[in-house]
Write a protein that binds this ligand. Structure first.
Ligand SMILES: Cc1cc2nc3c(=O)[nH]c(=O)nc-3n(C[C@H](O)[C@H](O)[C@H](O)COP(=O)(O)O)c2cc1C
Length: 306
């Protein structure tokens, strides 16, 4: 077999292949080691982390719909200090770059979480969730206005020398305006996207199916919608994009690479089959080999560059 080079760079993070994990669908990675060789991932993106511990939303937290789930976990996490002290040293042992996803209720909170992570050698990059569809304060609210989105990224940028990745919401009129706003304020890469705001009603209880009423639509239903957003953004900005939305297999990931994504992230796919990331990484390499490509960069954006 020919040697295939699948290495990509996201900001200043070198990944051996483009595959990472959707925050909140893969824990810290440590829970997945029976199914996934963490050394074979391009990067591990861990669950959203906030300044202080959070209990998350009231259950039910997940409801199934056709071709997707609606999730509303509400950023349950032990808080940044515990993540730094207890979780990151263990995850980092695998030698794969660790991306820490962060959330907050105020711009200052995002900045402070970034400051605490900046001091932590095990963190390769900070992914800023300005797009959470189920928080009462912050989250999606930050990500739908270019000014507030830019202000959050600026607060993070000021407090860290690590690579800063902005995680966008799909629920905007013009994705390119949002992408440019975060890049102008220091984002070096984009994750596209978080779940699409959604809800469902249980016809038997006649109440909203989620305890939090609304959540984020996640899963295969998203892929054609996010494909268009990645396609638009990739042609308009110069920073790398990590595509995240409905990737269940290598073909889904390759489609996003052809649309212009540099990285690909598996979210709900991990819940359906915990080994999805391994199959995606292997499948991308096989596709490159079978189609006569030597470098992954040869196919990034090929659908519009050709
Ligand atoms: C159970 C669950 C928890 C999630 N937690 C987070 C989180 O903490 N931070 C975040 O930015 N996104 C979170 N997400 C969103 C995913 O990272 C991803 O953006 C979304 O699921 C779309 O990708 P998918 O279609 O591959 O699932 C969560 C999604 C699910 C299903």
């Amino acid at each position: 077999m020919r040697k295939i080079n699948t290495e990509v760079t996201i900001g200043r993070v070198t990944m051996k292949n483009p595959v990472t994990t959707g925050s909140g669908t893969f824990g810290s990675g440590l829970q997945m080691t029976d199914y996934v060789d963490l050394r074979r991932l391009g990067a591990i993106t861990i669950k959203g982390t906030t300044l202080t511990p959070r209990d998350g939303t009231v259950p039910p937290r997940v409801v199934e719909t056709r071709s997707a789930i609606i999730g509303s976990v509400g950023l349950e996490n032990p808080g940044v200090d515990t993540v730094v002290r207890e979780i990151l040293p263990q995850v980092a042992q695998y030698g794969t770059p660790v991306i820490v996803n962060i959330g907050g209720s105020t711009t200052a909170e995002y900045g402070e979480v970034a400051r605490r992570l900046d001091a932590c050698a095990e963190v390769a990059a900070i992914e800023v969730n300005i797009s959470c569809p189920n928080l009462k304060a912050g989250g999606l609210g930050f990500g739908t206005d270019p000014k507030t989105a830019g202000a959050v990224i600026a607060a993070v940028r000021k407090n860290t020398g690590k690579t800063v990745i902005a995680k966008l919401t799909p629920a905007v009129t013009d994705i390119v305006t949002m992408a440019k706003a975060v890049i102008d304020n220091g984002a070096e890469a984009l994750t596209m996207c978080n779940g699409y705001p959604a809800m469902a009603i249980d016809i038997h209880t006649r109440r909203p199916a989620l305890g939090n009423v609304q959540g984020g639509l996640c899963g295969p239903a998203l892929k054609p919608i996010f494909m268009r957003l990645v396609w638009q953004a990739a042609q308009a900005v110069d920073v790398p994009i990590i595509a995240l939305g409905g990737i269940l297999n290598a073909d889904d990931a390759i489609e996003y690479l052809l649309a212009g994504a540099t990285g690909v992230s598996v979210g709900t796919g991990n819940l359906l089959d915990p080994a999805t990331t391994m199959k995606v990484a292997g499948g991308i390499e096989q596709y490159l080999e079978e189609n006569g490509f030597s470098y992954i960069h040869e196919i990034i954006g090929l659908a519009w560059k050709a």
